[in-house]
Ligand binder design. Structure first.
Ligand SMILES: Cc1ncc(C[n+]2csc(CCOP(=O)(O)OP(=O)(O)O)c2C)c(N)n1
Ligand SMILES: [Mg+2]
Length: 637
């Protein structure tokens, strides 16, 4: 029956299929693949590229062209993060370098558990013209290509050597992308000849399909164990991770912690789960955290970790939980995360788990934490708020700005509902302490991969996800020099984002780390070579970032004071154009440490006395790491 058959190329079929995939959660449908990003080359221009021009307009799919393949994956990941993983983009590249440029973006998406669909092209399946331009010829394994580099950084990988393989490959790709526990980068490698081949597809393959996004309920036994542990605990602490926000569990979180007086510490991905000024919000945990949250973490006897991967920046490399009998409960849709730190695992959707927990606690007669513990949280929080006020205040007039004061000025000007976007450098550790989000989408930190270069394409992705929101990318000068060219894309798309660039002459956070590791200063600042010196120790290399940004079509402002920063941000024209605000900051006005530890190994032997002393301190600190936590029910028993 010819009516049940569609004859299309692989390229055309992919576009038509992707356009018709939807996800549904809480009774609301979302188009899952909102558009296609691509950079063309011989690998995809005639295959998938032809499919896009023929199918995408008819299907209502928009095409975007970035300036760098890595950046388009960042934009897609940021878009998905802002939309709580209910929508993303597909990304197409040519073979070889274009494809490999996406590998870093794939790693970022997979680490952060964000869905992105990658469609790199591959060399010919028929292998007749081999070796083609950009083909790596593996000497032993003819079926290995550059795209095999995607395997370790993808949650699903398929190579389509015959058209009909798509019939199984594409639905599986969408299933994994839409699954809250399995999601990450999904890669479908497309040999260039196969992309152009036609096939008689069953029409049913292109029917509109709605994928249900799972919200698994907690098992009653697991919930019962959690209730028993909580009732026996004297100093419980809840950690809110990114999963709390993706699951839209922030309302449930608030009700739970208000009902029982539980303190909440946030991770980088979880910051904003509660408003910064919510009385139960102790602030961020770990080496980038608040004094209040870290104080409570040290003495907590029960830690309920919700929607977090428990990375080293959350656990202070496993030193922040000092209570000898501390127990963990992992509430996570992903079993691997739920079981970390020897936790009692509640493998469930965060929203459903928190709601079930509140109900079960109420039914059990639980009255919440003690008055003394509540008072301790309030006092610690009040003291911390005061400290942050002090750190955000600009110094005396005429002195160079500290980065902390510049961040304070930005936050004052844009308020608690603009989305701040950041990923790498010193700023993540400053923003986590200083920024004051007033809703769960106001703080967008990519701190799973902490990838320099994410910020500007990431801000573009956020702006596409919610065009009405004010979006501010905070970038270091190092990050800006690594990846700035999506400013051109934002200009071309008419997407009004703002970039605040902190110029401190190079990689100051790594210089700080170098000093803390007992290593002499070298190789981190942007300096000229000093004569015949082996190191780059000459004067700073000046870069005119204002001119650079202007050359790409942005409106650029030099803002050396808190007032100048605020004036630039309050300019109403900012809402209609790409703005780059260049802020010179004093590299030596660093924020004070948090008194927590981060495991960065120090050289065991050295001719330098400083390094030897640092190694001693390192060994003492490493000795406080807790490698194994008890899995026995201990709290209150
Ligand atoms: C792609 C990538 N390369 C290297 C690093 C390691 N790294 C982390 S921060 C940093 C320096 C960032 O410099 P800048 O953006 O100027 O921020 P600052 O340290 O001055 O705050 C480097 C090299 C990284 N996170 N990502
Ligand atoms: Mg810098």
């Amino acid at each position: 029956m010819t009516t049940n058959i569609c004859r299309l190329t692989v390229g055309q079929a992919i576009v038509r299929f992707l356009a018709r995939q939807y996800v549904e959660r809480d009774g609301v449908e979302h188009r899952f693949i909102e558009g296609i990003w691509g950079i063309f080359g011989h690998g995809n221009v005639a295959g998938l590229g032809q499919g896009i021009v023929e199918e995408a307009p008819r299907e209502g799919l928009r095409f975007y062209k970035p300036q760098h393949e890595q950046a388009m994956v960042h934009a897609a990941a940021a878009f998905a993060k802002h939309r709580n993983r209910l929508a993303t983009f597909a990304c197409t590249t040519s073979i070889g370098p274009g494809a490999l440029n996406m590998v870093t973006g794939a790693g970022l998406a997979t680490v952060n558990r964000l869905p992105v669909l990658l469609l790199p092209s591959d060399y010919f399946a028929n292998r007749i013209p081999d070796p083609v331009l950009q083909q790596i010829e593996h000497p032993l394994e003819r079926d290995v290509s550059a795209n095999d580099a995607f395997r370790p950084v993808s949650k699903f990988f398929d190579r389509i050597n015959r058209p009909e393989q798509l019939l199984a490959g594409l639905p599986e790709a969408i299933r994994i992308l839409a699954d809250p526990a399995e999601t990450g980068a999904v890669t479908i490698s497309l040999p260039e000849d196969v992309q152009a081949e036609a096939y008689d597809w069953p029409a049913a393959f292109f029917e509109r399909r709605v994928w249900q996004v799972r919200r698994p309920v907690p098992e009653p036994e697991a919930l019962g164990r959690l209730v028993a542990l909580l009732k026996g605990a004297e100093r419980p602490l809840l950690i809110a991770g990114g999963g709390t926000i993706y699951s839209e569990a922030t309302g449930e979180l608030r009700q739970l912690v208000e009902a029982f007086g539980l303190p909440v510490a946030e991770t980088q991905a979880g910051k904003g789960a509660l408003r910064w000024d919510h009385p139960q919000n102790a602030g961020n945990i770990g080496p980038n955290g608040s004094a209040a949250a870290n104080r409570l973490s040290r003495s907590a006897d029960l830690v309920i970790a919700v929607g977090t991967r428990l990375m080293d920046f959350t656990t202070a490399s496993k030193t922040v939980f000092e209570h000898p009998q501390v127990r963990f409960v992992g509430v996570n849709v992903n079993p691997m995360d739920a079981h970390k730190l020897g936790a009692v695992a509640v493998v469930a959707d965060a929203r459903r788990a928190l709601s079930a927990l509140r109900q079960a606690l109420t039914e059990s007669g639980y009255r919440g934490v003690s008055e003394a513990y509540r008072a301790e949280l309030s006092e610690a929080k009040a003291a911390w708020v005061q400290q942050v006020d002090d750190m955000r205040r600009p110094g005396p007039e005429g002195e160079a700005l500290a980065e902390a004061a510049a961040i304070g000025a930005v936050n004052e000007a844009v308020g608690g509902h603009a989305t701040v976007v950041c990923a790498a450098g010193g700023m993540p550790g400053e923003l986590s302490r200083l920024w004051r989000p007033e809703d769960p989408k106001a703080y967008h930190l990519e701190y799973g991969f902490s990838c320099m270069g994410y910020e500007i394409p990431g801000a573009l992705g956020v702006k596409l996800a919610e065009p009405g929101r004010d979006v501010v990318a905070m970038v270091g000068d190092g990050t800006y020099l690594m990846m700035n060219s999506e400013i051109v894309t934002a200009v071309a798309e008419g997407v009004a984002l703002t970039v605040v660039l902190m110029d401190n002459h190079g990689y100051q956070c790594i210089l700080g780390l170098q000093r803390a590791s007992g290593v002499a200063d070298f190789g981190n600042e942007l300096r000229y070579r000093d004569g015949s010196s082996q190191q780059l120790n000459g004067p700073y290399v000046p870069v005119d970032f204002v001119k650079h940004a202007e050359s790409m079509g942005a409106h650029a402002v030099f803002a050396p004071t808190a007032e100048a920063i605020q004036a630039a941000l309050k300019d109403p024209a900012r809402r209609n154009r790409v703005t780059v605000i260049v802020v010179p900051v004093d590299p030596e006005k660093r924020m004070p440490g948090t008194g927590t530890w981060w495991d960065v190994p120090v050289a065991e032997v050295s001719t330098d006395e400083r390094t030897r002393r640092t190694r001693e301190a390192y060994e003492a600190a490493a000795g406080r790491q807790r490698v194994v936590f008890s899995t026995e029910a201990g709290v209150g028993a």
